[in-house]
Design a protein around this ligand. Structure first.
Ligand code: 13P
Length: 297
């Protein structure tokens, strides 16, 4: 069932688990995420990054929405890292029910004003909004030690949240997007605790791949209610294809390669859902008559 991300994430926040938000960008990945979520009875978010969104047709988006609607578990479809109003309006016109506006590269006031404009528009049509304050690093940054990380500062975050009315906030607490040497990131639980105490709002962890499981669990106990995962579910898929092609016999069956890649990806999706504690949580969202339970405002 297609369910509001606000409803999914707020409930997770109050019950101290997190929703896995998996970057799909391929219809086959969306199919794998929903299949595993159904197997584990877990609520889940399918999210699409703008550069991958540009490669997708509107038919592909319709397919993903149909998957979400027909799923036996609650699913939201979310735009990840929207670059501005154009990305956000495309997503809303495509019927995605959740968006992120990422104006974190701008100065504080400009980020706040851009985010507020998106919130005002999206809330009018019932779409929840995530924004980012501070900066989650990435490996392309020239500063190899810090990788461009700017930690989110609690007092500014409070001003930002109060002014914009954003539904959840992506915070920078030490993770980095994408593949990077293991151990290069360091989740600052102390900063997270201060943010959580100050904001009392569901927080989002970007750069969810390549982190120690224990740290992710600790983050979830301290306000993280949505964990973004891209690299960790994509790499096993591509590696499985690579290995299968390397070992390909002369009489190979092409569908076996896809099957192996699906299996490798589904295994990681299952591990992540269990790590986030969202397995078995789908019934929390439904009454016995399969209707939604109360919604959060
Ligand atoms: P990873 O590639 O580190 O999982 O990051 C994903 C992400 O944060 C998408 O917004």
């Amino acid at each position: 069932m297609l369910v509001s991300s606000k409803y999914l994430i707020n409930k997770a926040y109050h019950e101290h688990f997190a929703i896995g938000a998996f970057n799909i960008g391929e219809t086959i990945f969306a199919k794998n995420v929903v299949a595993v979520a159904e197997e584990l009875n877990a609520p889940v978010i399918l999210q699409i990054y703008p550069l991958e969104y540009e490669l997708m047709t509107s038919d592909a988006i319709s397919y993903i929405l149909r998957l979400a609607m027909k799923a036996t578990v609650p699913v939201a479809v979310h735009l990840d890292h929207g670059r501005g109003m154009d990305d956000v309006t495309r997503a809303i016109r495509d019927q995605m029910n959740s968006v992120m506006i990422d104006a974190s590269g701008m100065e504080f006031d400009a980020n706040m004003n851009t985010t507020k404009a998106v919130v005002d528009m999206a809330h009018r049509v019932g779409v929840a909004v995530e924004a980012e304050l501070g900066s989650i690093g990435d490996r392309h940054q020239t500063d190899a030690t810090n990788m461009g990380r700017v930690y989110t500062e609690p007092a500014s975050a409070k001003k930002f949240v109060d002014h914009t009315g954003v539904d959840f906030l992506a915070v920078s607490i030490g993770t980095v997007h994408g593949p990077y040497p293991s151990g290069a990131n360091e989740i600052r639980i102390d900063i997270l605790q201060e943010l959580n105490a100050t904001l009392q709002l569901p927080l989002v962890l970007h750069g969810g791949s390549n982190n120690p499981d224990a740290k992710i669990k600790e983050a979830i106990q301290n306000g993280i209610a949505k964990v973004n995962i891209s690299t960790d579910i994509k790499m096993p898929y591509y590696h499985a294809i690579h290995d299968a092609v390397e070992q390909m016999p002369n009489d190979y069956e092409p569908w076996i390669i896809t099957k192996q890649a699906d299996k490798a990806q589904r295994q990681v999706i299952a591990e992540k859902i269990k790590l986030f504690g969202s397995d078995g949580k789908a019934p929390l969202y439904f009454t016995n008559n399969n209707e939604l339970t109360e919604t959060f405002h």
